[in-house]
Design a protein around this ligand. Structure first.
Ligand SMILES: Cc1cc2nc3c(=O)[nH]c(=O)nc-3n(C[C@H](O)[C@H](O)[C@H](O)COP(=O)(O)OP(=O)(O)OC[C@H]3O[C@@H](n4cnc5c(N)ncnc54)[C@H](O)[C@@H]3O)c2cc1C
Length: 290
């Protein structure tokens, strides 16, 4: 291990109010520690910038999945395993379910949380594209109270987000939609499992015949943040899915993403795969068997 453990402090506030009070006393000094699956990798690599942590793991105020007629609300500590075991999520939010199924292995799924995946703010993270197309909202909480923000717009730049130094993510809300929708999710990595995404694509569409009534598209690993592709969506909304519209949408997507070369992939591969996945998604909308 490249870090000297005695340099670090980890405390365990007994409840959410005390955790928020700790953050309020020294804003920015204390960092939340949820499942630790991202933080422990940084610790092992000697790249953990913070020294003071407080555990969230036992805070019941951040746990649980609640279902109402309008929405599903998930505590920030919801693990991938809990997502996979929930029948309403599997049925109504299959892209989140797929993202959970394709995240790491069983050990990571048992410990890794949705709040941690969001706050770690990796542009290659697997749940954010699903959360974006399902119009998720986040509840951000501090000792001053709580505020709800749309998840779209929460990430403001590479590893930057609209989260104040005394705030943590308490929960996520997904509005329930009863209308029939087409759901599409593809994670492309070096292997079928245990891989970090080269490209991760999520799409939800409502069609009337072959006309797109509404559509949401989000792509990961192609920009400094996971990207909701609003320009591509607007090219498609109200139009028939045909070769000309698909080509127009691909041109819009090519202008909207900004992939880079890095250790996992190249700019040109990421661009090609993103455009291919968009075409596959749109073709799947016309194919009732997919
Ligand atoms: C072997 C392995 C495989 C992995 N595979 C994948 C994968 O396939 N796809 C993928 O997307 N990720 C993957 N990850 C990354 C990681 O598992 C996820 O990002 C996970 O969701 C992080 O959650 P956590 O609770 O462990 O976060 P932690 O490590 O506890 O925290 C991560 C960051 O979020 C902050 N944080 C945590 N909770 C909150 C909160 N409620 N409010 C505010 N800030 C908070 C922490 O301060 C920290 O900065 C993998 C990790 C490992 C070790």
């Amino acid at each position: 291990m490249r870090s000297y453990l005695y340099e670090y402090e980890l405390v365990s506030p007994p409840n959410l109010a005390e955790a928020l009070a700790l953050m309020a006393r020294e804003p920015g000094a204390w960092k939340p520690f949820a499942g630790g699956t991202d933080l422990m990798v940084l610790l092992e690599a000697g790249k953990l910038p913070h020294k003071k942590f407080f555990s969230l793991w036992h805070l019941r105020e951040l746990k649980g999945i609640r279902i109402s007629p309008e929405a599903v609300t998930l505590g920030a500590l919801t693990t991938y395993t809990e997502v996979l075991r929930h029948p309403v999520l599997q049925q109504e939010f299959p892209l989140l379910w797929r993202a959970a199924a394709e995240t790491g292995g069983v050990a990571t799924q048992n410990r890794g949380t949705l709040g941690g995946n969001i706050a770690n703010a990796s542009p290659a993270a697997d749940s954010p594209p699903a959360l974006l197309v399902y119009d998720a909202e986040l509840e951000l909480m501090s000792a001053r109270g709580s505020r709800w923000v749309p998840y779209h717009g929460f990430h403001t730049g590479y590893k930057q987000m609209d989260l104040r130094s005394d705030e943590l993510i308490r929960s996520l809300r997904l509005p329930r939609v009863t209308r029939s929708r087409k759901h599409y999710y593809r994670k492309v990595g070096a292997r079928k499992a245990q891989a970090i995404s080269k490209v991760v694509f999520a799409g939800v569409a409502e069609l009337e015949g072959d006309v797109v009534r509404d559509i949401r598209i989000a792509v990961g690993s192609v920009a400094p943040t996971v990207l909701r592709c609003v320009r591509t969506e607007s090219v498609l909304r109200g139009h028939k899915v045909n070769p000309a519209t698909i080509a127009g949408a691909q041109a819009a997507l090519a202008g909207e993403i900004a992939p880079i070369d890095d250790i996992r992939s190249t700019m040109s591969y990421r661009r090609r795969v993103s455009l291919n996945l968009l075409e596959d998604f749109l073709q799947s909308c016309l194919d009732s068997k997919r």
